[in-house]
Design a protein around this ligand. Structure first.
Ligand code: FE2
Ligand code: FE2
Length: 486
């Protein structure tokens, strides 16, 4: 199996552990960045054909899936489907903008790959999703009907703007550096590969959809090659001109911000990811690690991203063998979590809960084994479990494996107000806005485990009932667009 990720045999690819592909990518760029020629030859060697995929078992598996799973799977897969169409359409300006002929050759192969990925999803949607459903087949013009509102701002507006700048100014190295950071490092290296990994792991564990798994693994393998190329380009560009780190960081920050919105589930329903065995927190955390690994391999500092705070203070250019310290990924404060949740109007409470582990202070939790249950009432709420054990925290939807040690009952709007630093837990209790049951001393420790950082300006007034919620509702969809344009 170790060599299976190198195979041309598509059937074998269905059983490759998706982690193997990502580990291989991260190891290979960390050890020695491949040359453009090596990447081209790898493309030749690992070419695959959509026509070779056999979807016959997939059709049966899809029919047996419950509506609950179908709906959730379609939300994810449709985003990949339409995204492949969008990236295939926006990549050609990169070919002409690349300064080095070897880069242009590789980018030409990538155009072929992206077109093939779009064809792969065409086949899957037509032959598996719409199979036996004549009505759906008729309506199936594209996967657009299933993608969420976070899709268009990233793929239709932002990526299109980036591509347009390359069309307008093909010789502009600043625009090119930023465009590679956006497309190769974040869209492919963080957003796509992370989502692919979780979906593939789920289908593999459930032993279903073998044709899809084979094709999607081949897609992931292609994407990992594209990411290697992007890392190489960024490193070469920075070698020539270290000041390009500015536009590169800008592209990463803007795209990551839009990416968190892309992954907001419909109606704030976190079961859109937890149904597949992972939480939004897992997804964001894994994506953050992927980004960190790419930047470390490149030898560049992490940018200040919304989910990483505060700004990195490492000097640029780096002075110690090009490596940045491993602790560059900063923990996010509770307020940051609240703000992250706000990018999804009306869904904020559940999303903020699932990203709570960004604020987790592992040192404060050493030796602690505790289960906290949150019952958040009202829009965007739900039942959540925060399990602390061995210095790690795991956040899940629904009740935990045993009775909770502490149970909190509060309005979802109050939770949002707390994460945004508008009210403390003590104040919420005093004002009758929150009830704690169970082990009170463990309950009081929760604040140490997830400290609010860097914001001493606590307001002492409690928002009016519903005010916290509407505050989060108000976070206008527009502000995303405005923010990134700034
Ligand atoms: Fe692709
Ligand atoms: Fe790609």
């Amino acid at each position: 199996m170790a060599l299976a990720e190198n195979t041309r045999n598509l059937t074998k690819l269905a059983n490759v552990n998706p982690d193997a592909i990502l580990n291989r990518l991260n190891d290979s760029i960390a050890r020695r960045m491949p040359t453009y020629r090596e990447l081209y030859l790898r493309w030749e060697r690992l070419n695959w054909s959509v026509a070779d995929l056999d979807f016959s078992q997939d059709v049966r598996d899809w029919r047996n899936l419950s509506e609950h799973y179908k709906e959730r799977l379609l939300w994810t897969l449709a985003a990949f489907y339409v995204a492949e169409q969008r990236v295939a359409a926006t990549l050609t300006p990169y070919v002409t903008a690349a300064p080095d002929p070897q880069q242009r050759i590789f980018l030409a192969t990538q155009c072929v790959d992206e077109a093939r990925h779009a064809v792969f999803f065409d086949r899957f949607f037509e032959e598996v999703v719409a199979a036996g459903d004549g009505d759906l087949a008729k309506r199936l013009r594209s996967g657009r009907q299933w993608v969420g509102p976070g899709f268009a701002p990233l793929f239709d507006d932002y990526l299109e703007d980036i591509a347009q700048q390359l069309r307008d100014r093909p010789g502009d190295i600043v625009a090119f550096a930023k465009a590679i950071a956006v497309y190769h490092i974040v869209i492919e290296g963080v957003l796509a590969l992370t989502g692919q990994k979780f979906i593939l792991a789920w289908a593999r564990n459930a032993n279903i959809l073998p044709g899809f798994r084979a094709g999607f693994t081949a897609v992931a393998r292609d994407e990992s090659r594209h990411v290697s190329f992007g890392a190489r380009v960024i490193r070469d560009l920075l070698d020539q001109d270290p000041s390009l780190i500015g536009p590169i960081h800008e592209g990463i920050t803007e795209t990551t911000t839009l990416g968190t919105w892309l992954y907001q589930p419909p109606g704030g329903d976190v079961t859109y990811t937890s149904a597949f065995g992972y939480s939004l927190g897992d997804l964001f955390n894994y994506g953050g690690i992927q980004l960190e690994k790419k930047m470390r391999a490149i030898g560049a500092p992490m940018p200040e991203v919304d989910i990483f705070t505060p700004a990195m203070e490492a000097p640029w250019p780096p002075d110690n063998a090009g490596l940045v310290p491993s602790d560059v990924r900063q923990r996010m404060g509770m307020r940051g979590i609240g703000l992250l949740g706000r990018v999804a109007p009306r869904f904020a409470p559940g999303v903020a809960m699932m990203t709570l582990h960004f604020a987790f202070d592992a040192a404060a939790a050493s030796g602690l084994d505790a289960l906290y249950e949150f019952d958040l009432e009202g829009p965007g709420g739900g039942l959540f479990t925060v399990a602390i054990k061995d210095g790690a925290c795991r956040i899940s939807v629904g009740p935990g494996a045993r009775e909770p040690d502490v149970r909190y009952e509060l309005e979802a709007a109050t939770w949002v107000a707390m994460t945004e630093g508008l009210v403390t837990g003590d104040e919420a209790i005093l004002l009758g806005k929150m009830r704690i049951r169970g082990d009170v001393s463990l309950g009081r420790r929760f604040g140490e485990l997830f400290p609010a950082r860097g914001d001493p300006r606590w307001k002492t007034t409690m928002p009016e009932p519903g005010d916290g919620g509407s505050r989060s509702d108000e976070a206008p969809a527009r502000s995303q667009g405005d923010g990134r344009a700034a």
